[in-house]
Every structure is written in structure tokens, then in C-alpha cells.
Design a protein around this ligand. Structure first.
Ligand code: ADP
Ligand code: MG
Length: 395
């Protein structure tokens, strides 16, 4: 096995990542499992992995755990290669812990015996004390002699976590661990699990299909689609700076309007949206991403837009608005605001919004190279004379 973290980019002092995927690919016949996944997870991170059903989340975890062999690429755990074209380390030797949705406890073993299961390399005394530590950690010491069927779903989940943590794995993988728990239990078990992982400094990868869970639990959120990692960033970045059309619409509500950037001014059907610093020489069509909290409404009898439906969500009221073009936008209004269906409304963008821009399906932060049509040598197009370009968005 080769130690990593010796590359030019990482000095000798750089900490070794807990988990690295480089070009990891797994296909099932002609079907995509995971395609050329690159990901590096620092020790102590708790990463959430989210995407639609069938996008490759479980396959990714199974590859890391050693339950599948990659067709290509390299997988390293705590600085050791565990799978590449030449080598394959068996699951029990990978220092990877697993927690599944259905807990998968051994039904014929007590809680203590379940937790002890992966500790066969320790002496009897060491095993006993490690099991004691783990049961204290998950607050189940009083249930040590029970069998799994004598436990609640939440307790079974804690046993599964204790069992996964007992051998001191470098990474714990959790595959939708809360989805078999009922709603009332889920929040508590999630809090307990996350607290245990944080308190023990455990590196974790948690698969979820719940956007709120992905954003609130993860130090980083990895978004997958059709076998491909579309984005791996801090929760705020994934939500506020989605890398693609898919991420924008999958993580939270998003509407898309055709828009145009001309001399750093972003306009679309609802008017001026914002200025786009750095796009002074651009004249380019884009799509603008607008989220319901960014869209402001004001009743205006002469406006062409109409409220088309209203949904009460408790804390806020979601208004669907049909624009003159027939496209719709959604707008969150405070819980006590409700414009009746049919109300004519002026639609604007909330102050301070600097929305994501898409060219094709990719987000762009700088003008595409072929959009620089307004440079000094380029022919002038009709538009704002230079001295009338606003530098602030009119509010
Ligand atoms: P997720 O966990 O994101 O819902 P999976 O990783 O389980 O998705 O599956 C990704 C894709 O690989 C799906 O299209 C699925 O049908 C396919 N797949 C997964 N496991 C197998 C398998 N053992 N044989 C064939 N296809 C599989
Ligand atoms: Mg799955």
C-alpha cells in the first residue's frame, strides 16, 4: 500500500485525507453506477451525499466499503490505497464502518454482542471495555443484554452506530440511516447521531434524500446526478451558488427565466435584476435562477403578471405568479400576506439579490469567452450609452 499526501500540492505536513476517490467508475453492464467520481474528504468532516433515487449514492458507499470493485479509478482510506487497477483490500480490512437504513443488526446477538462484533482482534478485556465505552456513548448501557427485537427503532439505530464506531474506523458510511424511522423519532435520532459523530471527531459520509437534512447536517454537501458528482461544497455554497441547473432545482425551489447581460446589467422579463460586476464588455443570453425568497410582489392594477395559485405553508405563503410570457415564478410571502388568485402584481427581485446565472446547464461566474462582443475593437451594438449604465441596482 502506498502512502498518499506526498504530491507537490500537499507539503509533508499536510494532513492525510480520510477518504479520497480519484476517477472512480462503476458500471453495471451498460448502465451507469458511478462515473469518474473525484472527491477528497478531510479527517473529521461530516459530508452529506444527496441526489435522486438511482443516481449512484449507495454504489459510491459500496465502493468505499469494498462491497463493489471499481471498474476504474483509485480509492484511498486514511492514506492507504484500498482499491485501484491492481489492488483490492477486503471490506473487513478497510477501516470503514457502515450503518444502513435497516440497521442490519444480528437478531440472535445481544446489544453488547452486536457492538463487540468487529473487535475480534482485541483481547477479551479490551473488547469488554470498548463495548462499555460505546454503549455509554450512545446511552444504551442499560440495554446491553437485550436483543434487537426488544428495542425501538431509534435504539436499534444507536446500536448500529455503536457497532460501526467500535473498531475505530477512519470513515463511517451511513446510507439513509434515518429513513425507516417515523417522523417524530427521526429528528431526535439524527441529532443524537450527528452529535456522536462530531463528539468523537469521526469522519462520516451520510447519504440522504432529504434536502434539509443534507444542508443542515453536512459540513459539505455532495450532490450527485446520474452517476456524476455535480457539486461538492459547503451547504451555503450549494444553495446560494449552485454549480448547475440540476443542483439549483434539486436543492431548494428554483425558477429559471431567460435573461440577458448587456454591459454588466442583468435584465429579464421582470425588468432589471441586478448588476453583474466584471461583465462590462458582455452582451450575452443567460438564464437567471430565482428562488421564491428572492422574488418580491406588490399589487399593481396595471401590471401584466397575475397570481395563479396560493399555497399556505404555515410560516410563509407560497404565491405562484404567471408572467405575461406565460412563464411562472414563485414568491414566498410572510404568513399573514395572501394575494388572491387573479391579483395583478408587479414582480421584482428582493434588494441585495445577486442570482446565479446559467449558460446552458452550467452556472457561470464570469462572462463566457465568446460573449465578449463589446470590447473596444468590437462593433458597438445598440444599447446603453456608456455613461448611462447604472452602477447600482435601482431599488
Ligand atoms: P441510489 O443509492 O442513489 O438510489 P444506487 O447507487 O443504488 O442509487 O444505484 C445507481 C444505479 O446503479 C441505478 O441505476 C441502479 O439501478 C444501478 N444498480 C445498483 N446496483 C446494481 C446492481 N447490483 N446491478 C445492476 N444495477 C445496479
Ligand atoms: Mg441508495
Amino acid at each position: 500500500m502506498t502512502a498518499r499526501a506526498e504530491g507537490a500540492a500537499s507539503g509533508p505536513e499536510a494532513p492525510v485525507p480520510a477518504l479520497v476517490l480519484e476517477g472512480v467508475t462503476k458500471r453495471y453492464g451498460s448502465a451507469r453506477g458511478v462515473e469518474a467520481a473525484d472527491l477528497s474528504i478531510r479527517a473529521g468532516e461530516l459530508v452529506t451525499l444527496i441526489g435522486p433515487s438511482g443516481c449512484g449514492k449507495s454504489t459510491t458507499l459500496r465502493l468505499v466499503a469494498g462491497l463493489e470493485r471499481p471498474d476504474a479509478g483509485t480509492l484511498s482510506v486514511a492514506g492507504s490505497v484500498v482499491a485501484d487497477a491492481r489492488s483490492f483490500v477486503n471490506p473487513e480490512r478497510r477501516r470503514v464502518g457502515l450503518v444502513f437504513q435497516d440497521h442490519a443488526l444480528f437478531p440472535h446477538l445481544t446489544v453488547a454482542r452486536n457492538v463487540e462484533f468487529g473487535l475480534d482482534r482485541l483481547s477479551r478485556g479490551e473488547r469488554r471495555s470498548r463495548v462499555g465505552e460505546l454503549l455509554d456513548l450512545v446511552q444504551l448501557a442499560h440495554l446491553a443484554e437485550r436483543y434487537p427485537h426488544e428495542l425501538s427503532g431509534g435504539e436499534q439505530q444507536r446500536v448500529a452506530l455503536a457497532r460501526a464506531l467500535a473498531p475505530r474506523p477512519a470513515v463511517v458510511l451511513l446510507d439513509e440511516p434515518f429513513s425507516s424511522l417515523d417522523e417524530s423519532l427521526r429528528a431526535q435520532v439524527r441529532r443524537d447521531t450527528v452529535a456522536t459523530l462530531r463528539d468523537t471527531g469521526t469522519t462520516g459520509v451520510l447519504v440522504t434524500h432529504d434536502q434539509t437534512e443534507a444542508l443542515s447536517v453536512g459540513t459539505r454537501v455532495v450532490v450527485m446526478n446520474n452517476g456524476v458528482i455535480e457539486q461538492a461544497d459547503a451547504p451555503e455554497v450549494v444553495f446560494e451558488r449552485p454549480a448547475s441547473r440540476f443542483v439549483a432545482s434539486f436543492m431548494g425551489d428554483a425558477d429559471f427565466l431567460p435573461a440577458h447581460v448587456h454591459r454588466a446589467l442583468l435584465t429579464c422579463e421582470i425588468g432589471i435584476v441586478s448588476t453583474v460586476p466584471g461583465w462590462a464588455d458582455s452582451d450575452v443570453d443567460v438564464d437567471v435562477v430565482l428562488r421564491p425568497h428572492e422574488v418580491a410582489l406588490r399589487p399593481a392594477p396595471d401590471a401584466p403578471a397575475r397570481v395563479s395559485s396560493v399555497e399556505y405553508h404555515g410560516a410563509f405563503v407560497l404565491h405562484h405568479v404567471r408572467l405575461a410570457s406565460g412563464r411562472t415564478l414563485r414568491s414566498w410571502q410572510p404568513h399573514d400576506v395572501r394575494y388572491p388568485v387573479g391579483t395583478a402584481v408587479a414582480v421584482t427581485v428582493a434588494a441585495g439579490t445577486s442570482p446565479t446565472l446559467l449558460v446552458g446547464d452550467r452556472a457561470v461566474t464570469s462572462p463566457p469567452a465568446d460573449s465578449l462582443k463589446l470590447g473596444s475593437s468590437a462593433p458597438r451594438e445598440a444599447g446603453f450609452p456608456d455613461d448611462t449604465v447604472p452602477t447600482e441596482v435601482p431599488r
